[in-house]
Write a protein of this length. Structure first.
Length: 115
């Protein structure tokens, strides 16, 4: 059974940075290597929204709201994906979820941007 576990959330000041990690277990390295990985977020009272994704060929996609500020990456041997967030804004406050092929989801990690 595939499980995803996020880490790295917390509190940051506006303009600051945070990095999230998501480790997959219950899947082989080859299986993880062939998957599309991604991040979504859900703010209070709002629907879950797409943040970023990275394909098996390392093609990346970003929501317009985070483009130029967030960077998604992956380390296939470690079955891990990352989300590096810079120039954080208060509107980035949300629970962030990682996903594998939009089929498996992590439990979420809180990111709060506040002074």
């Amino acid at each position: 059974q595939v499980q995803l576990v996020e880490s790295g959330g917390g509190l940051a000041q506006p303009g600051g940075s945070l990095s999230l990690s998501c480790v997959a277990s219950g899947i082989t390295v080859s299986g993880a290597t062939g998957a599309t990985l991604g991040w979504y977020r859900q703010a209070p009272g709002k629907q879950r929204e797409f943040v970023a994704s990275i394909t098996s060929t390392f093609t990346t996609y970003y929501a317009d709201s985070v483009k130029g500020r967030f960077t998604i990456s992956r380390d296939n041997p470690k079955r891990t994906q990352y989300l590096h967030m810079n120039s954080l804004k208060s509107e980035d406050t949300a629970v962030y979820y990682c996903t594998l092929d939009n089929t498996y989801w992590g439990q979420g990690t809180q990111v709060t941007v506040s002074s």
